[in-house]
Ligand binder design. Structure first.
Ligand SMILES: NC(=O)c1ccc[n+]([C@@H]2O[C@H](COP(=O)([O-])OP(=O)(O)OC[C@H]3O[C@@H](n4cnc5c(N)ncnc54)[C@H](OP(=O)(O)O)[C@@H]3O)[C@@H](O)[C@H]2O)c1
Length: 329
């Protein structure tokens, strides 16, 4: 099979499309012919040797999410059969013509959704769903602050918040992205932060001085102190990404007096049974919203696998709105 391999961990110039041996499914795994795979910031880090794949995943093939067809099943597989259209998150190896996934972690592609769009779904929507709903307890009528709202996860979160009857407030450094998200996803409250994170006063104004009940923080760094200021009493902050940095100076007094909860979370390094539990929750609560047409992956662009490097460069340059996928022959 062809796969996007890290030949030298020096960045995007160290990636090559190479011929590698086909993977073989273990008893509880599916072998999938990948039709499309989704790009992630983690790919950029891993290409530089900074975010290694967890044990059990291919260490040198990039790619965390995919959509494709089942071409073989392990001896103990029960839920799936050859020909099923599936998608999912893997610890690595998704930018390839073939991959293996635990059947407990595979999801069926929503009816009628093209592969290049389905490959944009798992990482963004499962991350947003897990953080906002399962961990954050998102409730109807709440205000939800979402940073880097034009990102893959951000554009998924806006839709999820709308679908569950709450109000998103998005921040982005690029004002044009806010305008596009207003048009494409109906985001009413967008706060542009082209000169750094200054949004707390606006959030307080938009919420009648109450503050946001929930925050999906994909930025961390200097965004976090402002986020703490922008929260309502007993607000919940889900720290999911560190786009703006891994260090922050916080007013801990505010954290106490507002009785805030700050939760850090990551999907990739979770043990198998937790990944399977998330997939099960997504089957029950998240995927029906796609079937009802209330959610859809926002696709920035899709590129043939041979164009992986320029596609990753586009992501790296922060030019994307929503997700980028690769298509595999
Ligand atoms: N914890 C987990 O399990 C998990 C899972 C998935 C993703 N993540 C993380 O979540 C974040 C978003 O991922 P994604 O794939 O959705 O991102 P993405 O689609 O690549 O979009 C990221 C956007 O963030 C903005 N950005 C970049 N640098 C920034 C900075 N220094 N400060 C503020 N905004 C910045 C850029 O837009 P502008 O230039 O317009 O600001 C960029 O387009 C990443 O950090 C990723 O690693 C975590």
């Amino acid at each position: 099979m062809k796969a996007l391999r890290i030949v030298r961990a020096v960045g995007l110039e160290g990636l090559e499309l190479q011929e590698l041996p086909d993977p073989v499914p273990a008893p509880a795994q599916l072998l999938v012919r990948v039709r499309a795979s989704g790009l992630n910031r983690a790919d950029l880090l891993q290409a530089r040797g900074l975010y290694p794949a967890p044990p059990g995943s291919p260490p040198d093939i990039l790619g965390l999410e995919f959509a494709g067809e089942v071409v073989a099943v392990g001896s103990s597989v029960q839920r799936h059969r050859v020909g099923d259209k599936v998608m999912g998150i893997v610890g690595g190896g998704a930018h390839a013509q073939l991959l293996v996934i635990e059947e407990s972690e595979a999801l069926l592609v929503p009816q009628g959704m093209p592969f290049e769009q389905a490959a944009a779904l798992p990482e963004a929507f499962l991350t947003a769903f897990d953080a906002l709903v399962l961990q954050g307890g998102l409730a109807q009528g709440e205000h939800v602050l979402i940073h880097a709202v034009g990102s893959g996860v951000g554009t998924a979160a806006v839709q999820l918040v709308h679908a569950l009857g709450a109000t998103p407030i998005g921040t982005a450094r690029t004002p044009q992205k806010l305008e596009q998200i207003r048009q494409l996803l109906g985001l009413r409250h967008g706060i542009a932060c082209p000169e750094g994170p200054r949004f707390a006063d606006q959030v307080l104004e938009l919420t009648g001085r109450k503050g946001a009940e929930l925050a999906l923080d994909l930025a961390g760094g200097d965004y976090l102190p402002q986020t703490v200021r922008a929260m309502a009493v007993q607000g919940r902050i889900l720290l999911v990404g560190l786009l703006a940095g891994a260090r922050a100076q916080l007013d801990l007094g505010l954290l106490l007096s507002k009785r805030l909860r700050l939760t850090g979370t990551v999907l990739r390094s979770r043990p198998g049974h937790e990944k399977a539990a998330l997939a099960e929750a997504a089957r029950a609560q998240l995927l029906p919203l796609f079937a009802q047409g209330r959610l859809r992956p926002l696709l920035d662009s899709s590129h043939p696998a041979e164009q992986a490097r320029p596609a990753l460069e586009r992501l790296q340059a922060n030019l994307t709105l929503g997700k980028v996928t690769l298509t595999w022959p």
